[in-house]
Ligand binder design. Structure first.
Ligand SMILES: *Cc1c(COP(=O)(O)O)cnc(C)c1O
Length: 362
């Protein structure tokens, strides 16, 4: 098969985000001829031996990267992380029970909205008072709630939890935008979920890893497609799974493992984040938008001190083949997303552009 040479664009997109070039290449090949079957991955049964192997590995690799045992199960589901906002309370909140949530941004708020429809939902901490520019700390976690829901990284605002609350109740975490970016003690969590399209793979599948002991306790009659136990029993094939996104996600996890795993990427991600935050703090024309101690290593939000210079800055980064650094419409300014597949080299290019901008306009 002919190989396509991708033009070198420095892709800082917040999501769907950058994927490793070799993963794109292998995925493209699988669309034409998967596993030397002379069939496309897109036209074979998900129950074929070849695909079953993909699914098995895709589930096992999550557990391997998170270093958890057989008390956890992994599912790949459709519906995005947003469907999990509903499935989590539906599966974990007992009839007459309650749940606790920490509100750190738009995604957390959407999770809270769904949970309130299912049952008694208490927002025990929030950073809404300062437009979600910090991570709330020192809150009291109710001992009688069925679970505590947190968001490890706030994609839109660029804040990240550097440590996680110690709690006696099941801890549930939306890790959509920083999964596998750093070492976490996964055994402290009862449920971790991530829409794949930020840091794990392409759009179309959502990974849910759950500790089995929290399931089956709600007392409610469960709709099959919304029941984790149904999907676990069906090994994520209760219905036709999003076969291609799961395959690309597997390739992305294999790329990570091959290069040195979480320990390797955590270091690279720290170098990337240090490079750009140091420049934001040093450069007289920029400032960061969030509390320093809560700065995200994945989504770096920054503004111009003189917003009227935006068109000039835009010209510069566009001419450097940089893409995807426009800020979310709620925050404005700029957001550079430094997901796993983004090389340090791309960050260096952006930093150089910022320096050049300062030379010209400061
Ligand atoms: C993008 C994002 C979501 C929503 O994901 P969808 O797959 O679009 O539903 C949820 N949580 C976080 C933290 C996100 O970054």
């Amino acid at each position: 098969m002919a190989t396509t040479t991708l033009t070198k664009v420095h892709n800082f997109s917040a999501g769907p985000g950058i994927l490793p070039a070799e993963v794109l290449q292998k995925s493209a090949e699988a669309c034409i001829n998967f596993d030397n079957l002379n069939l496309s991955l897109l036209e074979i049964s998900h129950r074929s031996k070849n695909y079953e192997k993909v699914m098995e590995e895709a589930r096992a690799t999550v557990k391997e990267l998170f270093e958890v045992g057989n008390d956890y199960e992994v599912m790949y589901l459709g519906g995005g992380a947003s469907l999990q906002f509903a499935m989590i309370p539906y599966n974990l909140m007992r009839e007459g029970g309650s749940a606790a949530y920490v509100n750190t941004g738009v995604w957390a708020s959407k999770a809270i909205k769904e949970a309130k429809i299912i049952g008694n939902t208490n927002v025990i901490a929030s950073s809404e008072d300062k437009k979600f520019t910090y991570i709330p700390k020192g809150y009291v976690i109710p001992k009688d709630a069925d679970y505590l829901h947190i968001t490890s990284n706030n994609t839109i605002y660029g804040t990240q939890m550097k440590s996680f609350p110690k709690c006696d109740i099941p801890l549930v975490c939306d890790m959509s935008s920083d999964i596998f970016s750093r070492k976490v003690n996964a055994k402290d969590f009862s449920l971790i979920y991530a829409g794949a399209q930020k840091n794990m793979g392409p759009a179309g599948s959502t990974m849910v890893m759950v500790k089995k002991d929290v399931l089956g306790k709600t007392g409610r009659k469960m709709l099959s497609m919304l029941d984790y136990q149904v999907h676990i029993k069906g090994e994520s094939m209760y219905n036709t799974p999003p076969v291609f996104p799961i395959y690309v996600t597997l390739l992305t996890m294999q790329w990570l493992k091959k290069n040195g795993g979480i320990a390797w990427i955590e270091k690279v991600n720290q170098q990337k984040a240090d490079a750009i935050y140091n420049e934001i703090d040093r450069n007289s024309l920029f400032y960061g938008t969030v509390e320093k101690e809560d700065r995200s290593n994945m989504n770096v939000c920054f503004l111009l001190k003189k917003p009227e210079l935006e068109p000039e800055f835009d010209k510069l980064w566009k001419s450097a083949e940089i893409s995807g650094i426009r800020g979310h419409r709620d925050v404005g300014g700029y957001r550079a997303s430094l997901y796993n597949a983004l090389p340090l080299e791309s960050v260096n290019v952006l930093v150089d552009v910022m320096k050049e901008f300062e030379k010209k306009f400061a």
